[in-house]
Design a protein around this ligand. Structure first.
Ligand code: ADP
Ligand code: MG
Length: 140
C-alpha cells in the first residue's frame, strides 16, 4: 500500500480546551506523521469554502459559526493508507456512535463540536491541503 496524505483540522473545541497535544499524541500513536501543521483563525469565507459541500444542510450556519469561533490547527498527515486510517482513528461524526479509543469518543462534545476533521477521500485530501498549505509548508 502506498504512502498517502490526508488533511486534518483540530477544531475550535480542541484548541479552546487545550487538547491539541493530546489529540496529536493519538494521531502519532496510530502511526500517522504530522508533516505540516499551522495554527490559524479561519475566516468566514475560508470556512464557507471549506464546507461548501454542506451548504444546503440545516447545520451549515452553525458549522461555519463554530469553525470560526476560535483558532484551529490545520494539518497534513502522512502514512500508509492515511485517509482511511485517520477516519478510523477519528471515529464516527457523532461521538455517541464513535468506537472506544477514537478521538471523537475520547474528546468530542457533540455531533457539531466533534474535535477533528479528516478528509473522506484522497481526491478531497489534495483539494483541502491545497486550500491551506503550499508545498513549501510540508516536509515529510
Ligand atoms: P465528518 O466530519 O465526520 O466527515 P460530515 O462531513 O458529515 O462529517 O459533517 C461535517 C461536519 O459538520 C461534522 O464534522 C460536524 O462538525 C458537522 N455536523 C455534521 N452533522 C451535524 C449535525 N447533525 N448537527 C450539527 N453539526 C453537524
Ligand atoms: Mg466530511
Amino acid at each position: 500500500m502506498a504512502t498517502e496524505r490526508t488533511f486534518s483540522i483540530l477544531k475550535p473545541d480542541a484548541t479552546k480546551r487545550n487538547l491539541t497535544g493530546a489529540v496529536n499524541a493519538v494521531i502519532e500513536e496510530a502511526g500517522l506523521r504530522i508533516v505540516g501543521q499551522r495554527r490559524i483563525q479561519m475566516s468566514r469565507a475560508q470556512a464557507e469554502k471549506f464546507y461548501e459541500v454542506h451548504k444546503e444542510r440545516p447545520f451549515f450556519g452553525e458549522l461555519v459559526e463554530f469553525m470560526t469561533s476560535g483558532p484551529v490547527v490545520v494539518q497534513v498527515l502522512e502514512g500508509e493508507n492515511a485517509v482511511a486510517k485517520y477516519r478510523e482513528v477519528m471515529g464516527a461524526t457523532n461521538p455517541a456512535q464513535a468506537a472506544e479509543g477514537t478521538i471523537r469518543k475520547r474528546f468530542a462534545q457533540s455531533v457539531g463540536e466533534n474535535t477533528v476533521h479528516g478528509s473522506d477521500s484522497a481526491e478531497n485530501a489534495a483539494i483541502e491541503i491545497a486550500q491551506f498549505f503550499g508545498e513549501g509548508d510540508i516536509a515529510g
